[in-house]
Design a binder for this molecule. Structure first.
Ligand SMILES: Cc1cc2nc3c(=O)[nH]c(=O)nc-3n(C[C@H](O)[C@H](O)[C@H](O)COP(=O)(O)O)c2cc1C
Ligand code: SF4
Length: 407
């Protein structure tokens, strides 16, 4: 039987060799001006050697106040050369190894309430949300004004133009995980142009999508990473029923509007990793539900959305929990048309050569797989650079010992 994982696919007319997507994974290892750092370079060169069809570059800020941390990448006139150098090196290396470069997508972001550039006394939010803010009671917030929001789409247009200029093959207007655009989807009670109706709650996002599209050169891909649902009780998140279960009605409306804008590929994710990480990235810690429940939720919702628009190239998320069985599971998802592309996050940190091993040997090496221990997230939350202290010990274990264990 043909293994669907190894099958080529056309995305906006560009062919990729296989269905493997390296999901965006922030390393928090850029330089203070937002340019590519030493560890950023190391990670992406390892990714370039993976043979994956798509490398979905991590969150890159479009504006300094939207940076998630002082080391988050930020694309600007000052930093563009470092991006350009990295992308050309990545493509050259992939061509040397496989005769073909992967598609590389830039994920553009404003981190909103989770933005922590150097010193931010009051992060920018859409509205106050007691569930998202639980445990952060001492924090002050600034509710974004409509005037400020009116300026955001032009920042996306500038960043997107730069991203295309430096060699990215496409641009993702990020709308997931509780960051600014995603938060606005649930601004049901906000007054003004950006809250209340579906049209208003999606205005910020679609203004950016349109601005990016209007400035995008021929041959580049417009795409998005979108939350299927936020999975909070109704009123505290988007895409839910009154009982908190997933409701895909508005997700489908967004898909329709994206299709009208020529978007062919959508990368679906779910939840908010700051509040309910077990839903977003099933892991082995103590959690309020089993990882199987989380996996089934995202599987079923992805299947329904792929069936809703069969021609769209849907990327699945959260496959790493399956460990050495993740490629078999991915193959089944593709066979059953649950999605058309299979996305891997933590596995890329732990075992960047997993796809080559699968292709060459037919199986993954259990000793190299991610064990879903969340140490990479702990590093990130401790304000450190992030990577895998388990499988990439020499580089990240000393950091874990000093930044996390000593706290
Ligand atoms: C350390 C870390 C950094 C991440 N950075 C990003 C990011 O920059 N953008 C994004 O959309 N998702 C990010 N994610 C989420 C992953 O892309 C992915 O959705 C998640 O890990 C679940 O997939 P997995 O089970 O394959 O790991 C990050 C996750 C982790 C653990
Ligand atoms: S630190 Fe743990 S969860 Fe993160 S990539 Fe490594 S093994 Fe996986």
């Amino acid at each position: 039987m043909i293994n669907m994982v190894n099958q080529p696919l056309l995305i906006n007319g560009i062919e990729i060799d296989n269905r493997v997507v390296f999901q965006p994974m922030e390393g928090c290892d850029g330089n203070s001006d937002g340019s590519i750092g030493e560890l950023t370079h190391r990670r992406y060169m390892r990714f370039a050697e993976s043979g994956a069809g798509i490398i979905w570059f991590e969150a890159v800020a479009v504006t300094p106040e939207g940076r998630a941390n002082p080391r988050q990448l930020y694309i600007s006139d000052v930093t563009k050369e470092s991006f350009s150098n990295l992308i050309s090196e990545m493509k050259a290396r992939a061509i040397e190894l496989y005769g073909k470069a992967p598609i590389i997508i830039a994920q553009l972001t404003h981190s909103g309430r989770y933005a922590r550039p150097i010193d931010v006394p009051a992060p920018i939010v859409a509205y106050r949300n007691s569930i998202w803010e639980a445990g952060r009671e001492g924090q002050n917030y600034t509710i974004a004004t409509d005037e400020y929001l009116d300026t955001i789409s032009s920042k996306y247009a500038v960043a997107s133009t730069l991203a295309c200029e430096v060699g990215f093959d496409g641009v993702d207007v990020k709308c997931c995980h509780g960051y600014l655009f995603n938060e606005f989807l649930s601004a049901y009670n906000r007054e003004g142009n950006y809250g209340g109706s579906f049209e208003n709650r999606t205005r910020l996002y679609f203004d950016a999508v349109s601005a990016v599209k209007a400035n995008m050169p021929e041959g580049k891909i417009l795409t998005t990473r979108l939350n299927i649902s936020d999975c909070f009780p109704y009123g505290y998140g988007w895409g839910v029923n009154k009982d908190g279960s997933v409701n895909l009605d508005e997700t489908k409306l967004i898909m329709d509007k994206l299709a009208d804008q020529g978007v062919e590929m959508i990368n679906f994710s779910i939840g908010n990793p700051y509040v309910i990480p077990h839903i977003n990235r099933p892991h082995n810690g103590i959690t309020p539900e089993s990882p199987a429940t989380a996996l089934n939720r995202i599987y079923n919702a992805t299947a329904e959305l792929q069936a809703y628009r069969p021609s769209m190239k849907i990327v699945s998320s959260a496959l790493t929990y399956l460990g050495e069985k993740c490629m078999e599971y991915a193959g089944e998802m593709l066979d059953k048309r649950v999605c058309q592309l299979v996305g891997f996050g933590r596995m890329t940190f732990a075992y960047p050569s997993f796809y080559q091993d699968f292709k060459n040997n037919g199986f993954l090496d259990k000793k190299k797989c991610c064990i879903c221990c969340s140490k990479c997230t702990e590093l990130m939350r401790a304000g450190s650079v992030s990577g895998c202290p388990i499988r990439d010990k020499d580089t990240y274990l000393p950091l874990y010992m000093s930044k996390v264990m000593k706290k």
